[in-house]
Ligand binder design. Structure first.
Ligand code: NAP
Length: 244
Protein backbone atom coordinates (compact mmCIF):
# COMPACT_ATOMS: atom_id res chain seq x y z
CA UNK A 1 0.00 0.00 0.00
CA UNK A 2 1.21 3.53 -0.79
CA UNK A 3 2.31 5.68 2.18
CA UNK A 4 -0.26 8.29 3.30
CA UNK A 5 1.28 11.30 1.63
CA UNK A 6 -0.45 13.75 -0.63
CA UNK A 7 1.44 14.26 -3.85
CA UNK A 8 -0.81 15.97 -6.36
CA UNK A 9 1.86 16.81 -8.92
CA UNK A 10 0.43 16.39 -12.42
CA UNK A 11 -3.15 16.62 -11.12
CA UNK A 12 -5.74 19.27 -11.90
CA UNK A 13 -8.25 20.58 -9.36
CA UNK A 14 -11.16 23.00 -9.41
CA UNK A 15 -12.23 24.80 -6.24
CA UNK A 16 -15.44 26.82 -6.27
CA UNK A 17 -15.72 29.73 -3.87
CA UNK A 18 -11.94 29.91 -3.95
CA UNK A 19 -11.64 33.66 -3.33
CA UNK A 20 -11.74 33.71 0.46
CA UNK A 21 -12.44 31.73 3.59
CA UNK A 22 -12.53 27.94 3.35
CA UNK A 23 -12.11 27.84 -0.44
CA UNK A 24 -8.99 29.96 -0.26
CA UNK A 25 -7.41 27.63 2.34
CA UNK A 26 -8.32 24.51 0.35
CA UNK A 27 -6.91 26.01 -2.84
CA UNK A 28 -3.62 26.87 -1.11
CA UNK A 29 -3.31 23.32 0.28
CA UNK A 30 -4.03 21.66 -3.06
CA UNK A 31 -1.50 23.90 -4.81
CA UNK A 32 1.11 23.26 -2.09
CA UNK A 33 0.71 19.53 -2.76
CA UNK A 34 1.51 20.17 -6.43
CA UNK A 35 -1.91 20.38 -8.10
CA UNK A 36 -2.71 22.96 -10.75
CA UNK A 37 -5.74 24.63 -9.19
CA UNK A 38 -8.55 26.36 -11.07
CA UNK A 39 -10.08 29.03 -8.86
CA UNK A 40 -13.73 30.02 -9.36
CA UNK A 41 -15.84 32.69 -7.65
CA UNK A 42 -17.40 35.99 -8.70
CA UNK A 43 -14.92 38.49 -7.24
CA UNK A 44 -11.96 38.67 -9.63
CA UNK A 45 -9.72 40.64 -7.22
CA UNK A 46 -10.06 37.98 -4.52
CA UNK A 47 -9.24 35.20 -6.98
CA UNK A 48 -6.23 37.18 -8.17
CA UNK A 49 -5.04 37.59 -4.61
CA UNK A 50 -5.30 33.81 -4.01
CA UNK A 51 -3.48 33.13 -7.28
CA UNK A 52 -0.68 35.51 -6.24
CA UNK A 53 -0.38 33.85 -2.82
CA UNK A 54 -0.15 30.43 -4.50
CA UNK A 55 2.38 31.69 -7.02
CA UNK A 56 4.56 33.22 -4.25
CA UNK A 57 4.62 29.76 -2.61
CA UNK A 58 5.76 28.16 -5.85
CA UNK A 59 2.32 26.76 -6.80
CA UNK A 60 0.25 26.88 -9.92
CA UNK A 61 -3.32 28.20 -10.26
CA UNK A 62 -5.69 29.71 -12.80
CA UNK A 63 -8.31 32.22 -11.63
CA UNK A 64 -11.55 32.15 -13.63
CA UNK A 65 -14.18 34.65 -12.40
CA UNK A 66 -17.51 32.82 -12.52
CA UNK A 67 -21.00 33.38 -11.21
CA UNK A 68 -22.11 29.87 -10.31
CA UNK A 69 -25.72 31.00 -10.23
CA UNK A 70 -25.47 31.04 -14.03
CA UNK A 71 -25.58 27.72 -15.87
CA UNK A 72 -23.96 29.38 -18.90
CA UNK A 73 -21.04 30.59 -16.79
CA UNK A 74 -20.57 27.11 -15.33
CA UNK A 75 -20.42 25.70 -18.85
CA UNK A 76 -17.92 28.39 -19.85
CA UNK A 77 -15.77 27.61 -16.78
CA UNK A 78 -15.57 23.93 -17.69
CA UNK A 79 -15.06 24.81 -21.36
CA UNK A 80 -11.92 26.75 -20.34
CA UNK A 81 -10.67 23.88 -18.18
CA UNK A 82 -11.36 21.37 -20.96
CA UNK A 83 -9.50 23.52 -23.49
CA UNK A 84 -6.38 23.63 -21.29
CA UNK A 85 -6.35 20.25 -19.54
CA UNK A 86 -6.52 16.59 -20.47
CA UNK A 87 -8.96 16.04 -17.62
CA UNK A 88 -9.97 17.04 -14.10
CA UNK A 89 -8.83 15.00 -11.09
CA UNK A 90 -10.40 16.88 -8.17
CA UNK A 91 -13.53 18.99 -7.80
CA UNK A 92 -14.22 20.82 -4.54
CA UNK A 93 -17.78 22.17 -4.46
CA UNK A 94 -17.26 24.82 -1.79
CA UNK A 95 -19.03 27.98 -3.00
CA UNK A 96 -21.97 28.90 -0.84
CA UNK A 97 -24.21 31.73 0.26
CA UNK A 98 -26.23 32.20 3.41
CA UNK A 99 -29.47 34.15 3.49
CA UNK A 100 -31.34 33.80 6.75
CA UNK A 101 -34.64 34.83 8.30
CA UNK A 102 -37.97 33.49 9.52
CA UNK A 103 -39.51 31.13 6.96
CA UNK A 104 -42.83 32.94 7.10
CA UNK A 105 -41.32 36.10 5.59
CA UNK A 106 -38.62 34.50 3.43
CA UNK A 107 -38.89 35.50 -0.21
CA UNK A 108 -39.08 33.00 -3.01
CA UNK A 109 -36.25 34.89 -4.75
CA UNK A 110 -33.93 34.44 -1.76
CA UNK A 111 -34.86 30.76 -1.53
CA UNK A 112 -33.99 30.33 -5.22
CA UNK A 113 -30.65 32.15 -4.79
CA UNK A 114 -29.57 29.93 -1.92
CA UNK A 115 -30.62 26.72 -3.66
CA UNK A 116 -29.11 27.78 -7.00
CA UNK A 117 -25.64 28.50 -5.60
CA UNK A 118 -25.43 25.93 -2.79
CA UNK A 119 -27.17 22.97 -4.41
CA UNK A 120 -27.87 23.36 -8.14
CA UNK A 121 -24.44 24.78 -9.01
CA UNK A 122 -22.80 21.89 -7.15
CA UNK A 123 -24.91 19.43 -9.15
CA UNK A 124 -24.03 21.14 -12.44
CA UNK A 125 -20.32 21.21 -11.55
CA UNK A 126 -20.47 17.50 -10.65
CA UNK A 127 -22.14 16.80 -13.99
CA UNK A 128 -19.47 18.70 -15.93
CA UNK A 129 -16.64 17.20 -13.85
CA UNK A 130 -17.92 13.67 -14.35
CA UNK A 131 -17.75 14.16 -18.11
CA UNK A 132 -14.02 14.73 -17.65
CA UNK A 133 -13.50 12.06 -14.96
CA UNK A 134 -15.51 9.10 -16.29
CA UNK A 135 -13.40 8.59 -19.44
CA UNK A 136 -10.26 8.45 -17.23
CA UNK A 137 -11.95 6.19 -14.68
CA UNK A 138 -10.61 8.30 -11.80
CA UNK A 139 -11.48 11.43 -9.88
CA UNK A 140 -12.46 12.82 -6.50
CA UNK A 141 -15.39 15.11 -5.79
CA UNK A 142 -15.65 16.68 -2.33
CA UNK A 143 -18.74 18.67 -1.41
CA UNK A 144 -18.63 21.18 1.43
CA UNK A 145 -21.96 20.95 3.22
CA UNK A 146 -22.42 22.03 6.85
CA UNK A 147 -23.57 20.89 10.25
CA UNK A 148 -26.85 22.05 8.76
CA UNK A 149 -26.57 19.13 6.35
CA UNK A 150 -27.99 17.00 9.16
CA UNK A 151 -29.22 19.42 11.88
CA UNK A 152 -31.80 22.20 11.56
CA UNK A 153 -31.46 25.66 13.10
CA UNK A 154 -34.30 28.19 13.34
CA UNK A 155 -34.42 30.94 10.70
CA UNK A 156 -32.16 29.03 8.32
CA UNK A 157 -34.70 26.98 6.33
CA UNK A 158 -33.33 27.71 2.84
CA UNK A 159 -29.67 27.32 3.85
CA UNK A 160 -30.47 24.12 5.77
CA UNK A 161 -32.45 22.69 2.84
CA UNK A 162 -29.57 23.48 0.48
CA UNK A 163 -26.99 21.83 2.74
CA UNK A 164 -29.19 18.72 3.18
CA UNK A 165 -29.46 18.67 -0.62
CA UNK A 166 -25.66 18.52 -0.91
CA UNK A 167 -25.59 15.47 1.35
CA UNK A 168 -28.25 13.77 -0.77
CA UNK A 169 -26.37 14.68 -3.94
CA UNK A 170 -23.22 13.15 -2.46
CA UNK A 171 -24.96 9.92 -1.42
CA UNK A 172 -26.52 9.36 -4.82
CA UNK A 173 -23.45 10.25 -6.89
CA UNK A 174 -21.13 8.20 -4.68
CA UNK A 175 -23.24 5.13 -5.45
CA UNK A 176 -23.56 6.03 -9.13
CA UNK A 177 -19.90 6.53 -10.02
CA UNK A 178 -18.07 4.30 -7.55
CA UNK A 179 -17.66 1.53 -10.12
CA UNK A 180 -16.14 4.09 -12.50
CA UNK A 181 -13.27 4.78 -10.11
CA UNK A 182 -14.63 8.10 -8.85
CA UNK A 183 -15.08 8.92 -5.17
CA UNK A 184 -17.58 11.44 -3.83
CA UNK A 185 -17.42 12.62 -0.20
CA UNK A 186 -19.08 15.33 1.82
CA UNK A 187 -17.56 17.39 4.65
CA UNK A 188 -19.99 18.87 7.19
CA UNK A 189 -18.25 21.63 9.16
CA UNK A 190 -19.55 23.46 12.18
CA UNK A 191 -18.70 27.15 12.62
CA UNK A 192 -15.58 28.24 10.69
CA UNK A 193 -13.88 31.60 11.11
CA UNK A 194 -14.80 33.25 7.78
CA UNK A 195 -16.79 36.20 6.50
CA UNK A 196 -19.88 34.00 6.18
CA UNK A 197 -20.10 33.23 9.87
CA UNK A 198 -19.07 36.76 10.85
CA UNK A 199 -22.18 37.94 8.94
CA UNK A 200 -24.47 35.15 10.17
CA UNK A 201 -23.36 34.85 13.82
CA UNK A 202 -21.61 38.05 14.93
CA UNK A 203 -22.26 36.88 18.52
CA UNK A 204 -19.72 34.02 18.16
CA UNK A 205 -16.16 34.70 19.26
CA UNK A 206 -13.89 34.01 16.21
CA UNK A 207 -11.34 32.58 18.67
CA UNK A 208 -13.53 29.52 19.38
CA UNK A 209 -14.35 28.72 15.76
CA UNK A 210 -12.77 26.19 13.43
CA UNK A 211 -10.17 27.74 11.15
CA UNK A 212 -10.42 27.46 7.33
CA UNK A 213 -7.20 25.41 7.46
CA UNK A 214 -9.01 22.76 9.55
CA UNK A 215 -11.30 22.15 6.59
CA UNK A 216 -8.38 22.27 4.14
CA UNK A 217 -6.57 19.65 6.23
CA UNK A 218 -9.71 17.50 6.18
CA UNK A 219 -9.75 17.69 2.38
CA UNK A 220 -6.07 16.73 2.25
CA UNK A 221 -6.73 13.82 4.62
CA UNK A 222 -9.39 12.49 2.22
CA UNK A 223 -7.00 12.86 -0.70
CA UNK A 224 -4.25 11.08 1.24
CA UNK A 225 -6.18 7.82 1.50
CA UNK A 226 -5.43 4.91 -0.78
CA UNK A 227 -7.70 4.04 -3.70
CA UNK A 228 -9.04 1.22 -1.53
CA UNK A 229 -10.65 3.64 0.94
CA UNK A 230 -13.86 5.60 0.49
CA UNK A 231 -15.17 8.06 3.08
CA UNK A 232 -18.82 9.00 2.74
CA UNK A 233 -18.95 11.94 5.13
CA UNK A 234 -16.97 13.78 7.80
CA UNK A 235 -18.61 15.91 10.45
CA UNK A 236 -16.09 18.33 11.96
CA UNK A 237 -17.26 20.75 14.66
CA UNK A 238 -15.71 23.41 16.80
CA UNK A 239 -14.57 21.82 20.06
CA UNK A 240 -16.64 24.28 22.10
CA UNK A 241 -19.89 22.98 20.59
CA UNK A 242 -21.93 19.99 21.80
CA UNK A 243 -21.00 16.54 20.45
CA UNK A 244 -23.59 15.18 17.93
P1 NAP B 1 -17.21 32.91 2.48
O1 NAP B 1 -15.98 33.39 3.13
O2 NAP B 1 -18.38 33.81 2.38
O3 NAP B 1 -16.81 32.38 1.03
C1 NAP B 1 -17.79 31.94 0.13
C2 NAP B 1 -17.16 31.77 -1.24
O4 NAP B 1 -18.21 31.37 -2.16
C3 NAP B 1 -16.58 33.08 -1.76
O5 NAP B 1 -15.39 32.84 -2.48
C4 NAP B 1 -17.67 33.57 -2.69
O6 NAP B 1 -17.11 34.41 -3.69
C5 NAP B 1 -18.20 32.26 -3.26
N1 NAP B 1 -19.51 32.44 -3.86
C6 NAP B 1 -20.65 32.87 -3.26
N2 NAP B 1 -21.62 32.99 -4.19
C7 NAP B 1 -21.10 32.64 -5.38
C8 NAP B 1 -21.58 32.60 -6.72
N3 NAP B 1 -22.83 32.94 -7.03
N4 NAP B 1 -20.74 32.22 -7.70
C9 NAP B 1 -19.45 31.89 -7.42
N5 NAP B 1 -18.93 31.90 -6.18
C10 NAP B 1 -19.76 32.28 -5.17
O7 NAP B 1 -17.75 31.60 3.19
P2 NAP B 1 -17.02 30.29 3.78
O8 NAP B 1 -17.36 30.24 5.21
O9 NAP B 1 -15.63 30.20 3.33
O10 NAP B 1 -17.92 29.18 3.09
C11 NAP B 1 -17.44 28.22 2.17
C12 NAP B 1 -18.40 27.04 2.19
O11 NAP B 1 -18.39 26.43 3.48
C13 NAP B 1 -19.85 27.42 1.93
O12 NAP B 1 -20.48 26.46 1.12
C14 NAP B 1 -20.47 27.42 3.31
O13 NAP B 1 -21.85 27.17 3.26
C15 NAP B 1 -19.70 26.30 3.95
N6 NAP B 1 -19.68 26.31 5.40
C16 NAP B 1 -19.25 27.39 6.08
C17 NAP B 1 -19.25 27.37 7.46
C18 NAP B 1 -18.80 28.53 8.29
O14 NAP B 1 -19.05 28.54 9.49
N7 NAP B 1 -18.11 29.51 7.73
C19 NAP B 1 -19.70 26.24 8.15
C20 NAP B 1 -20.12 25.14 7.42
C21 NAP B 1 -20.11 25.18 6.05
P3 NAP B 1 -17.87 35.63 -4.39
O15 NAP B 1 -18.77 36.25 -3.38
O16 NAP B 1 -16.75 36.48 -4.86
O17 NAP B 1 -18.61 35.01 -5.54
Amino acid sequence: MKPMTVDLRGQTALVTGAGRGIGRAISASLAAAGARVYLAARTAEQLQSVAEQISRSGGNSVPIPTDLASEEQIQALFGKIHSQEAGLDILINNAGVGIYGPAVDFTSTDFDTVMRVNAKAAFLCCQQALKLMIPKKRGYIINISSVLGFKGYANQAAYTASKHALVGLTKSLAAEVQEQGIRVSVILPGGVNTRMIADARPDLDPEILLQPEDIAHTVMFLLSLSDLAAVDQIYIRRRSSKPF
